[in-house]
Write a protein that binds this ligand. Sequence first.
Ligand code: 13P
Ligand code: SF4
Length: 303
Amino acid sequence: EEQNRELKERLLQLKKERNAIILAHYYQRDEIQEIADFRGDSFLLAQKAAETDADVIVFCGVHFMGESAKILAPNKTVIIPDERAGCPMADMVNVDGLRELKKQHPNAKVVAYINTSADVKAETDICCTSANALKVVNSVDSDEIIWVPDKNLGDYVSKFTNKKMIIWEGYCNTHDMLTVKDVEEMKQLHPNAQFVVHPECRPEVVAMGDFVGSTTAIIKYCRESDCQEFIVGTEDGTGYQLRMDSPNKQFYFATKYLVCPNMKVNNLKKVVRCLETMKPEIHVPQEIADQARLSLERMLQVK
Ligand code: 13P
Ligand code: SF4
């Protein structure tokens, strides 16, 4: 308690000195979401990074998010609490593999989930997040789409579009772990609860959803719904915002394993330390950043 109070005071002071803002993904620890200037999903945080007039962005999330912030705001200093916070899904696709697929499908346009590295984005026509995936796919002027890297989100989107989707075999270790049996068991325990689920989960689990949507869409749905109980099929950090919006509703996470270990690498202490030392800092080689920026900016322009 006492230590937390001191850390928070130090943080406020450093934020002012450095003219910094703190962006935190909904999957971060509560102690980080509490002190963030903006909490959000990957789409909102990318937007905030592109718009801010702060000098320093502290990006509390995983590596590709900090990298996207740097690409969108090349003149800002972007620092992260711990460089070991990666995203295993983003690491499932690399440039060589993507180039090979492009060669096999020369007429296809590439849509990449924002969960990719900068060099993959540089080989991409347009990025998307789970919040705008369908809109982005439908906005592309090609009937053929190469989709990287999430097969589960790709499968979900393909059900709502006429475009031919060539889908990479990546997945999120955390969301993909949730099974039909897990959800059935929870439904038995909580028969009046609605099941809300992120499309990074397996297709057969997504099919059980009373509501399917990105992290932000799930938060909005639960806030506005008349239902009082929810079984939640996304990462457990989301509970912070869910409970804050609706303190009288019940939220049951579908299993205790819906925790992204990478997101949890960051903590309040590391946030303060990175602002103190201004390290680790995100750098993206200019040539790659300039290419990757096009795919991110195209995404931000899709209405
Ligand atoms: P969203 O923030 O787009 O819902 O993405 C989920 C996710 O897994 C981020 O790492
Ligand atoms: Fe990557 Fe999944 Fe963790 Fe998001 S929740 S950072 S997609 S591993």
